[in-house]
Write a protein that binds this ligand. Sequence first.
Ligand code: FAD
Length: 404
Amino acid sequence: KNGVVIVGAGHAGVQAAASLREEGYDGPVVLVGDENELPYHKPPLSKTFIKDAEAKPQPLRGEAFYSGNAIDYRPGVRIDRIDAGARRLDVAGSGTISFDRLVLATGSRPRLLKLDGTELAGVVSLRSLADARLIRELSAESEDVVILGGGFIGLEIAATLRAAGRKVTVVEAVDRLLGRAVAPVIAAHVRQRLEAMGVRIMTGTTVSRLEGDGGRVSAAITSSGERLRAQMVIIGIGVVPNVELAEAAGVTIGNGIRVDQHMQSSIAEILAVGDAASYRHWFTGGDVRLESVQNATDQARLAARTILGHAEPFSAVPWFWSDIGDMKLQMVGLTQGGDSHVVLGEPAENKFSIYHYAGNRLLGIESVNRPADHMLGRRMLGAGFSPAPQTVAAGPDALKAALA
Ligand code: FAD
């Protein structure tokens, strides 16, 4: 018996291993990851780690967890080919690993930017602990930082490095921040508070090239011809899913490794979870590929159950958070396609929530520093309960009463 092999030791891969044991799987579990680390939490990297020289990575599980649960964790091992027919993986360098079932938890990687100067030292992106260590080092010797991309990661880094005293400029191509992710009111609020912290934000602007000095980046030249001084340039323009392994093995791909409601790919022995997987979401009926810790861990739990022969479909409520300076943003549900909304709380007090509706159906809630709204939202959506907009407008007590 070769058991289950999991490729990728990030949030999804580690949870899949843990859940297999929690669900009673007693065959071999091999977890391979190409990073040479004890698997760690990614969210703190952009929020705290890069500004604090003393900060330690936060392990997902202690070292004893792996040996204690007979999980054969192999760090620093990269898989470079899947032979689906023979149920065998080729390890980069040498060696093979055989499997009965394979879980692909290969995650995603930063999208590259085709731009003159990206090869210069000091031009980086943030995905891994190794990236975060590099940014921390570069930050110590940088006064001016330019961040390309006004999405969650770019803005988290902007707030973190600004708080550490750097002069930070964010350059975003479209005319608003957090483009695809949140309501315009939230994006405008985030912009205003970041600017109040002293972050410079340029929307509707791109960088046309980077300039260097002795091999190290020294400036970013904008589409409007402005020269922004920078000893570090961080590229945060989104990620692409790591699908190449699966694709070469003949697995169906479509903006990610396609999986069904049980996390099963188009090849029966192969499952996929996390940032790398795309699927038809029960909540919206649309095809999605979600990039969140919640999605990675809930999919991994379900994949373990699928392997053990359970047949329930994926039904987790999607949620996400981001900390940008003094704003805790929390999102629950999927709010694209909404046609009206109700606002609770006060943007001026940096505490408010937006309840998004499509007709009378609650699609989701976006909150800034209103964690109780978020938690209640998770309960409501989890229970399939959609309060009328008037009930929401009447305030949290009316909502709790309606849910009871
Ligand atoms: P990953 O965690 O990326 O793990 C995939 C692993 O597989 C990696 O270690 C990769 O190196 C490895 N791998 C890939 N290919 C191979 C191969 N061929 N062989 C061996 N190993 C391989 N989400 C939130 O919900 N809230 C947040 O606040 C938040 N903040 C974030 C901040 C940062 C800086 C980053 C980078 C992400 C953040 N996210 C956040 C997103 C969240 O971390 C991801 O959605 C989550 O990590 C996805 O988990 P995963 O296991 O699918 O992928």
